[in-house]
Design a protein. Structure first.
Length: 376
C-alpha cells in the first residue's frame, strides 16, 4: 500500500473505538482463566470417575465417536486421567500467571501450555464443530418454520460436540496464557510482544509480503475443495466412483455439499480482505459505514477461529486418510476408489495454517503503536 494510503488507514484506526476494557487486559487474566478452566474440567473428570452421567468420549457415549481420536477410551480409565491433568494444569497456570520459572522450568511450562493448547484445539476436536458452524445460520433461521424437516437444533448439536467446543475454548485460553507468559518472561511487552521497534518479519512491510503468500494459499485450497463439490452437484462424479455418486445423489448429499462448498468459496473471498484495503477501511460506496475503519476484531477473531476449526477438521481427515477409509453416518468411503472425496480435505491443515499466518500478518500490519508500552 502506498504511504499516503497507509496514512489514511492509520488515521481511521486512530478514530476507531478502542477494544473493550476486559479484553485490553487479557495478559493479566488469561492464565487465571486457563487455570480455572482446567480446574473445572478436572472436577468434571472426578464426577465421571465416580459414575456421573455425561462422559463425552468413546463409542459407548458418542454416536459419531469413530470420528474422534478418543473413540476407544473408557470412563473408568480416562476420567481419572482427566481429573489429574486438570489439577496439574491449574497449578501450572497459576505459576504462569505469576511469571514463575526460569531456564528449564520456564521452557517446561511453555511446553506444557502449548501442548495443552494444541491438543485441545487441533487434535481432540473433529470436523463436526466446523459443520455446525457452517450450518448454524440455516438451523437458526429455519427452526421457527420447521426447516430443515425433522431436524432440531438440540439434536444437531449433541453434548459430545458441545464438549468439543468447550475444549476448544479451553485450548484458546491456554494459547493466550502461553503467549502472555512467554512475553513477560523474556522482557517483552505482554500486550504487543515488542521488546523494541517493529523489525524483521514482524515489521508491517515484511508482514505485508509474506502475508500475501499465506493468503494466496488460504484462498487456493478451499477453491479446489469447492470445485469438486460443485462438479458433483452438477452431475459430474469427479474423483469418485459411479456407485458412490449415485448413492449420494439419491439422498441429496451433493446439494448439501455444494452449499458447504459455496460457504468455503465465500470464505476464500473474505480471506482476500486480509491483504486488501477494504479489509481495513469499509468501501465508501457502502451506506452508513462507508469510509469507516473496519474493527480489527471483526476481521481477526472470525479468521483465527476458522483457521483453528479448519485445521482441526483437516487433522481428522489426515488421520482417516491413513486408515484408508472414512465413514460419515451410513456412508463408508474408500480412499482408493474415491480419491476426490478425501484428497481436497487432506490439504485442510495447510489451509488452516495459511489462514492463521495471513491473519497474523494482518495483525502485524494494522496494530499500530502499543497503548501500553508506546512501541510501534
Amino acid at each position: 500500500m502506498a504511504r499516503g494510503g497507509r496514512g489514511v488507514v492509520q488515521e481511521h484506526r486512530a478514530r476507531a473505538r478502542p477494544a473493550a476494557r476486559w479484553w485490553r487486559r487479557w495478559p493479566e487474566w488469561s492464565a487465571y482463566a486457563a487455570g480455572a478452566w482446567s480446574l473445572a474440567y478436572g472436577a468434571a473428570g472426578v464426577y465421571w470417575a465416580f459414575g456421573g452421567a455425561g462422559f463425552p468420549f468413546g463409542l459407548a457415549h458418542d454416536r459419531a465417536a469413530h470420528l474422534s481420536v478418543l473413540a476407544r477410551v473408557k470412563p473408568t480409565v480416562a476420567a481419572p486421567v482427566i481429573a489429574v491433568l486438570g489439577l496439574l494444569g491449574a497449578a501450572a497456570a497459576v505459576a504462569m500467571a505469576r511469571a514463575r520459572g526460569r531456564g528449564a522450568r520456564r521452557l517446561a511450562l511453555l511446553a506444557v501450555a502449548w501442548a495443552v493448547a494444541v491438543g485441545l484445539t487441533l487434535v481432540l476436536p473433529d470436523f463436526r464443530i466446523l459443520v455446525i458452524v457452517a450450518y448454524a445460520p440455516i438451523l437458526l433461521l429455519g427452526a421457527p418454520f420447521g426447516w430443515p424437516g425433522g431436524v432440531r437444533v438440540r439434536d444437531a448439536v449433541p453434548w459430545p460436540v458441545v464438549n468439543q467446543l468447550l475444549c476448544v475454548v479451553g485450548g484458546l485460553l491456554w494459547a493466550l496464557a502461553a503467549t502472555a507468559y512467554r512475553r513477560r518472561t523474556r522482557g517483552a511487552c505482554a500486550y504487543c510482544g515488542r521488546s523494541g521497534a517493529d523489525a524483521g518479519w514482524t515489521a508491517p512491510g515484511a508482514a505485508a509480503r509474506w502475508g500475501r503468500w499465506a493468503a494466496a494459499v488460504a484462498v487456493a485450497v478451499p477453491v479446489v475443495y469447492a470445485l469438486t463439490r460443485w462438479a458433483w452437484a452438477l452431475g459430474f462424479p469427479l474423483g469418485i466412483s459411479e456407485a458412490f455418486y449415485h448413492e449420494g445423489a439419491a439422498v441429496g448429499l451433493w446439494r448439501v455439499g455444494a452449499a458447504l462448498a459455496t460457504l468455503a468459496a465465500g470464505g476464500a473471498l473474505a480471506t482476500l480482505g486480509l491483504t486488501r484495503r477494504w479489509g481495513e477501511v469499509f468501501p465508501r460506496r457502502l451506506p452508513i459505514i462507508g469510509g469507516a475503519a473496519v474493527p480489527r476484531g471483526l476481521v481477526i477473531v472470525p479468521a483465527a477461529l476458522v483457521s483453528v476449526l479448519v485445521t482441526a477438521a483437516g487433522v481428522m481427515f489426515v488421520r482417516m486418510g491413513f486408515a484408508g477409509t472414512f465413514r460419515i453416518g451410513r456412508h463408508t468411503i474408500s480412499f482408493d476408489e474415491n480419491v476426490g472425496a478425501l484428497a481436497p480435505e487432506l490439504l485442510w491443515p495447510l489451509w488452516g495454517a495459511a489462514l492463521a499466518a495471513a491473519t497474523l500478518a494482518y495483525h502485524y500490519r494494522t496494530r499500530g503503536r502499543c497503548a501500553r508500552c508506546g512501541r510501534g
